[in-house]
Write a protein that binds this ligand. Structure first.
Ligand SMILES: [Zn+2]
Length: 258
């Protein structure tokens, strides 16, 4: 089994849908491939996080009462009109659809009131976190899987109008594992991917709008840490679920090695 096949099996595996014939080569591959093992663990962590976020919610009592009170009344009046015979009234189906629509509009209403809206904060920080999470969720973590900065850096040639600085910090515990193209703040950016123990760090690099060198700013949201800094005409956004101290150590390395 190669890595691509292995990636295709990760979701069915987590959902317990792999039969034994598929599960054995899958598990064999995982034993031999730390990258796929890493992806599996990221997916499991993400699933745990999504469960924790409680994206499901209970339909408010008032809304379900409204739907239920609409249904029996309609059925009773249909029975009257059909002379007591038990028939399925022609409007039962549209009514069911209307009830479904009521639920949808109810949800939309709640959304407008901000019940699902992210709590305030820097919109760009949220976008950075979304990009980070999406890279783990979509199994599109790496376009160029390589621990060699001299492979990763030239890979961006011709794909971006700039050449991002790429450094490896394996010796300091932050291993470069590759890069990919991503989209952030309305433009294509280089995403460099680092591994810290079992954690992934995404480092987004784009030409700096200010051109200044700016010290590290830190943000935290939903269990993720995000750091931002500018240097030498580039701006950097680092996102990870590692703690702030470790991520700051990573940012310091990036700034010092420049
Ligand atoms: Zn693999």
């Amino acid at each position: 089994m190669n890595c691509q096949e292995c990636h295709d099996f990760i979701d069915p595996y987590i959902d317990n849908e792999l039969d034994i014939a598929a599960a054995i080569p899958f598990q064999q591959h995982l034993r031999d491939c730390s990258l796929c093992q890493q992806l599996l663990e990221s997916r499991q962590a993400l699933r745990a996080l999504l469960n924790k976020l409680q994206l499901r919610f209970e339909v408010p009592d008032s809304l379900s009462r409204k739907i239920q009170s609409a249904l029996p009344a309609a059925t009773a009046s249909a029975r009257q009109r059909s002379g007591g015979r038990s028939v399925i009234p022609w409007f039962t189906i549209p009514l069911a659809l209307a009830a479904a629509l009521a639920v949808v509009f109810g949800l939309q209403f709640l959304n407008q009131r901000g019940m699902f809206a992210p709590s305030g904060g820097n919109a760009l920080v949220e976008e950075v976190i979304s990009c980070h999470v999406r890279s783990l969720l979509a199994l599109h973590l790496l376009d160029v899987p390589s621990t060699d900065q001299h492979t990763v850096k030239p890979w961006f040639n011709g794909k971006l109008r700039y050449s991002p600085p790429v450094q490896d910090f394996t010796a300091q515990g932050f291993r470069l594992i590759g890069g990919r193209l991503d989209y952030l703040n309305g433009r294509e950016v280089a995403a460099l991917v680092y591994q810290r123990n079992k954690h992934i760090i995404n480092l987004f690099v784009a030409p700096s709008e200010s051109g200044r060198t700016e010290a590290v700013q830190s943000f935290a949201k939903d269990g993720y840490n995000v750091l931002h800094w500018d240097r030498d005409g580039f701006e950097f956004w680092a996102a990870s679920d590692i703690n702030k101290e470790e991520l700051t150590a990573f940012a310091d390395l990036e700034m010092k090695q420049a």
